[in-house]
Design a protein around this ligand. Structure first.
Ligand SMILES: Nc1ncnc2c1ncn2[C@@H]1O[C@H](COP(=O)(O)OP(=O)(O)OP(=O)(O)O)[C@@H](O)[C@H]1O
Ligand SMILES: [Mg+2]
Length: 240
């Protein structure tokens, strides 16, 4: 049994972030609730990565407030993030996970069992001894997921976890994401792949130019999008 939700809901209230006087998040209002994955979509530069970093607590907004479970300034002990290009330690796959377990304060005697469990969850059983940097791109993504799960997070942020992967590697990652969500871990992820958004999301968040244009249950988003931009995005038009 997992502990009671602690960091959820994550509420972004009127969030603005600026870079060189340009708003890269523009008065964003968003509630991240427990349940099926929230998938953030939108064109390059829309602010997806910035949104994930703010919700993780890595970027302090210039305006507005973020609360985790109703509190502000909550350290990210129960949240984990996988960046788009994860960097592996120059060690074995198992040692990469051990490092994450160590940082999470897990007792050393528990490491062997946890490493096996985590490798198995991400479908890398048997590859623990392999140097992490010699794993394929898709395998490294799965190892990055295992490292994030080593923290036993309540919320897992994934920034374009399948970018540049082939269909088989993408399916492997999507299967892990489904398994993670089934364990009651809240997944908040970005993607450029509308098919993936449809397959995984409970809720879709559409961003454009630093704004959240829609946050809608997935079926509603694809069947009756509210905004003109969403209709164009679904139709495959370029949103610029
Ligand atoms: N530290 C920074 N300094 C200056 N500009 C930044 C900084 N971080 C982000 N930006 C700009 O803010 C905008 C939003 O960036 P962000 O990375 O959040 O977009 P994104 O939706 O994740 O894009 P992509 O799909 O390309 O990953 C971009 O125009 C980016 O260049
Ligand atoms: Mg990004």
């Amino acid at each position: 049994m997992r502990m009671l939700a602690f960091d959820l809901p994550i509420v972004l209230h009127d969030i603005s972030v600026f870079a060189r006087n340009v708003a890269i998040l523009d008065r964003v209002q968003l509630d991240l609730m427990p349940g099926a994955p929230t998938v953030v979509i939108g064109p390059n530069g829309a602010g997806k990565t910035t949104l994930l970093r703010v919700a993780m607590g890595l970027v302090a907004p210039a305006g507005g407030q973020v609360t985790w479970g109703g509190r502000s300034g909550v350290p990210p002990a129960r949240r984990a993030i996988v960046f788009q290009r994860p960097v592996m330690l120059r060690r074995s796959a198992a040692a990469n996970i051990e490092y994450a377990l160590s940082s999470a304060g897990v007792a050393r005697r528990e490491w062997p069992a946890r490493v096996e469990e985590l490798l198995s969850i991400v479908g890398l059983s048997g590859l623990g001894a392999r140097p992490a940097r010699r794993l394929s791109g898709g395998e490294q993504q799965r190892l990055a997921l295992a490292r994030a799960l080593a923290r036993d997070p309540e919320v897992l942020f994934l920034d374009e976890p399948t970018a540049s992967l082939d269909p088989a590697a993408t399916k492997a990652i999507e299967d892990v994401i489904r398994a993670v969500a089934a364990r009651n871990i809240k997944v908040v992820m970005s993607t450029h792949d509308l098919g993936e958004a449809r397959r995984l999301a409970g809720e879709i968040v559409l961003m454009h130019r630093g704004r959240v244009l829609e946050s809608t249950p997935v079926a509603q988003f694809f069947e009756s999008p509210k905004s003109q931009e969403a209709r164009r995005f679904i139709a495959g038009d370029l949103l610029v």
